[in-house]
Design a protein around this ligand. Structure first.
Ligand code: F6P
Length: 467
């Protein structure tokens, strides 16, 4: 088979710790004058990996800027970007990873009409295999003898098995940042594909998950479909919030400025219900708005006294279903403002442009945090808000978020589909006594930082080398 990526000389031919993920720690934009602008990303994996000095991060070039950077040989030390053919990548990332595997693990299909596994699916699946093979080949080429390789997520589910064949000497881990589907739902996939995915991950020495629930679901799939998990060990590592970074960053001048601007928008003295999400189908933003509308409808005493501050940042806009969902979020927010808004009160303050400083500002002033996903691997926002909040905040939390396992006892817990119950939970959160709210926030923050990103990564590495 022709390799799907362009050859590139290994930057560090004998790396001892390697990480592989679709999205890397840096991305490039190509200016009109031909210049390349590098932007460093954040997130748990980036913070976690900062604990390791000598490592290699293998990722895919995602856009034209990234591809141009690879072609010009521009890059960061310790990062190797794979210039996988753009069509192959689009089929693998948008077609399979985001439109099939993400939907399966988050149980997002409207099953009367979807999914449909036809010839087009098989064509895209071949691209997914080629894309996984490109990663496996690059890792095989870069890894030192006996190195530890940590493969991330559903994008790269076939990599452990492929890499095992190329390099039996390596210690291979796979980590799922998503939920894992229950077996009955996982079986929506064609039988051979379901088996191939499980075998792919079981090529690893260790397969790890964010919660016990997702690990058990994976074991259930392996047991029922393959008859067991073979020699692969199963681990659970519940990624926590990075308290030191967040607390420091949340008190920088740009965050203070944005707090003042937000206060201006919400109006002084009003309560805030804050949510911060990517505009992701699984985040349940629309039902969150419905619940807020029900609160205003059923408990008119809250009108003019509360503002729903909703940040819904762009995600996966190549997919029509994400564009439609984004439009629906805007439509419902506008409708609530049109129906309930008054001269000096805008009931929903919606921002759709990603701004980390403004997110932290909202975290600090939140009275209530609304985290109501349909299904979520962990949900770090649920952990970050209690850590950063200035005056304590009540957390309304979906029982389908991974974070529920650790935070459920101090949150107001909701079934994410039950809009009426979510409205009642918002009321309960808004009326929670000050001392109770403060005590709960303290416990939530302590639970949220139990496993900071660096420790989370080191624990996985230790376990991989030890087991
Ligand atoms: O939340 C699960 C997750 O797989 C993260 O690990 C990852 O950051 C994200 O989803 C992928 O999003 P995107 O498609 O924007 O790269």
């Amino acid at each position: 088979m022709v390799s799907a990526y362009e050859a590139q000389p290994p930057a560090q031919p004998s790396a001892q710790v390697l990480v592989a993920s679709n999205r890397g720690p840096v991305s490039y934009t190509l200016g009109t004058d031909g210049s390349l602008d590098a932007k460093r990303g954040g997130g748990g994996l980036v913070s976690g990996l900062s604990a390791i000095d000598d490592k290699l991060w293998v990722c895919a070039a995602l856009g034209d800027g990234d591809r141009e950077a690879v072609r010009r040989g521009v890059g960061e030390p310790g990062v190797r970007m794979l210039d996988i053919d753009a069509d192959v990548h689009a089929d693998a990332y948008n077609g399979i990873a985001n439109s099939v595997l993400w939907f399966v693990h988050h149980m997002l299909y409207q099953t009367p009409l979807e999914p449909v596994f036809d010839a087009e699916f098989r064509r895209q699946w071949a691209s997914y295999e080629a894309y996984n093979r490109a990663f496996a080949e690059a890792l095989a080429e870069e890894a030192g003898q006996g190195a530890a390789v940590l493969v991330q997520d559903y994008h790269l589910a076939l990599v452990p098995g492929m890499l095992r064949e190329l390099r039996p000497d390596l210690r291979i881990g796979h980590f799922s940042h998503t939920p894992w589907a229950p077996v009955d739902y996982f079986r929506l996939l064609p039988d051979d594909i379901a088996e191939q995915l499980l075998h792919g991950i079981l090529g690893a020495d260790r397969a790890a998950f964010l919660t016990r629930r997702w690990a058990d679901a994976f074991i259930g799939c392996c047991t029922q479909i393959l008859g067991g998990t073979g020699r692969t060990r199963i681990g659970v590592h519940g990624l926590g919030a990075d308290a030191d970074f967040l607390r420091r960053r949340a008190h920088e001048a740009d965050v203070d400025e944005r707090m003042a601007a937000l206060r201006e928008q919400t109006g002084p003295g009003r309560r805030t219900i804050v949510r911060v999400d990517r505009t992701e189908l699984s985040k349940n933003i629309v039902r969150g708005l419905f619940a807020y509308r029900a609160l205003l409808d059923e408990r008119p005493e809250w009108r003019e006294r509360v503002v729903h501050v909703a940040f819904a940042y762009p995600s996966r806009q190549d997919l029509a279903v994400y564009r439609d969902y984004t439009a629906e979020v805007r439509r419902v927010a506008d409708e609530i403002n049109a129906v309930y808004g008054t001269e000096g009160w805008m009931p929903v303050v919606l921002h759709v442009k990603d701004d980390f400083a403004r997110s932290l500002a909202a975290y600090r002033l939140a009275d209530v945090a609304l985290v109501n996903p349909i299904r979520d691997g962990m949900n770090l926002v649920a952990k970050e808000i209690p850590v950063v909040s200035d005056h304590g905040c009540a957390l309304v939390l979906s029982r389908e978020a991974g974070a529920y396992e650790e935070l459920g006892s101090d949150a107001v817990v909701v079934n994410p589909y039950d809009v009426s119950a979510t409205a009642a939970a918002l009321h309960e959160a808004l009326t929670m006594a000050e001392d109770e709210r403060a005590a709960r926030t303290e416990r939530l923050a302590a639970a949220a930082v139990a496993l900071p990103p660096q420790q989370w990564f080191l624990d996985q590495l230790d376990a991989l080398r030890r087991d």
